[in-house]
Design a protein around this ligand. Sequence first.
Ligand code: ZN
Length: 303
Amino acid sequence: MTHIPGIHHITAISGPAQANVDYYVGSLGQKLVKKTVNFDDPGTHHLYYGNPTGAPGTILTFFPFANAGPGRAGAGMASAFAYAVPPALLDHLSKVQEAAGLPQAPRELRFGAEVLGLRDPDGLAVELIADDAAPDAHGFHSVTLWERDPEPTIRLLTEAFGYDHVGQETSGRFDRHRLVAKGAERGRVLDVVRSHTPVAGTPGRGTIHHVAFRARSTDEQAEWIDRMRSFGHRTTPVIDRQYFNAIYFREPGGVLFEIATDPPGFAVDEPVETLGTALKLPPQYEKIRDRIEAVLPDLRVPT
Ligand code: ZN
């Protein structure tokens, strides 16, 4: 039976675009792999960061809104994401964070691995998890879902998505369940946490908007539409996102899930070597490029 191999991308909301680029490219060393617009609001950017080839499992995307109000993670939201990083890089990235004048939490151990908790310029929780198997600091380790009741979400992940529930750990005010996708792909870990003290989440700047999982092909994605229906979840129709096809649904706890296809990928409209350097527009917006360019803020990408 088809299983989900892991995370395809994670999408979050940020404040002004320049501070976002400065942090993810300049501080964390991610590559800007696509500079495009929000297809539902073409007067704002949609920025994609990833590894040099823009591989699924490395893609973090932002909708930057210059005037977005601050948000706060809470139950029913994805509350953090984590990169897997070579252990030797943790000290370096901790110093970079300090030099940027941004907060970091004391290091902790989670399921035996060292975790460095950072905040990006909008307060979004970015975690770095030491992983001997990580070739570089570009790929996801995991994403954390904050749930009022973890059980229905865990059931969906194990029974429909094919994840294995491998452990539970309590730390501070959180019970944390760990689920792992079958296989050996990047971003195959999903943590589901429940807080002893309920906190209502507020969407906004510095929060995760949705979590996208991988379908290796459009055929696999079609299977997921049927499988989700058999689990009582009606997905959206397939939506063309230019770099992948997407379907969306809300998991039982309220987090927006997407299942996105690996093809065609980010090299569909520019060469891998120059990914992210030019503003790319989907065909429906190419004819109003001048107007779009006139309202988008200029972006300087750190080298
Ligand atoms: Zn998405």
